[in-house]
Ligand binder design. Structure first.
Ligand SMILES: [Zn+2]
Length: 115
């Protein structure tokens, strides 16, 4: 892809990631609220099962984070932000370097197609 197309794609990609961040923040707050509701309604019951409850809470947080990471990884590898020469992914700092120098930081060849 040409440099112009790359810049356009990068903007779209960054925007998508920003939206995802908001979604993850909302999901996290929802989980905390749910936890607070459970504790205030079933406080006595939870107190006697505190260890089980904590394990469940921590593992749900862990699963949530794993899931988010997996989704992000998939989005990154599905993106079109790749070097024109070696087809290596150009994300984050690599993308900025490629845009600044016109060359791929991975293979050193031209990162963009000549228009
Ligand atoms: Zn390359």
């Amino acid at each position: 892809m040409t440099k112009q197309e790359f810049i356009k794609q990068k903007k779209l990609f960054d925007k998508k990631f920003e939206q995802n961040d908001i979604f993850y923040a909302v999901a996290f707050v929802a989980l905390l609220l749910l936890n607070w509701l459970l504790v205030s309604y079933f406080g006595a019951l939870i107190e006697s099962w505190i260890v089980t409850y904590l394990i469940l809470l921590l593992s749900s947080l862990f699963v949530c984070m794993r899931w988010i990471k997996k989704l992000q990884q998939r989005e990154i590898s599905n993106s079109d932000l790749r070097c024109f020469s070696c087809h290596g992914l150009l994300i984050g700092d690599l993308a900025d370097l490629a845009l600044a120098t016109d060359h791929c930081p991975k293979c050193g060849q031209h990162a963009f197609e000549n228009p």
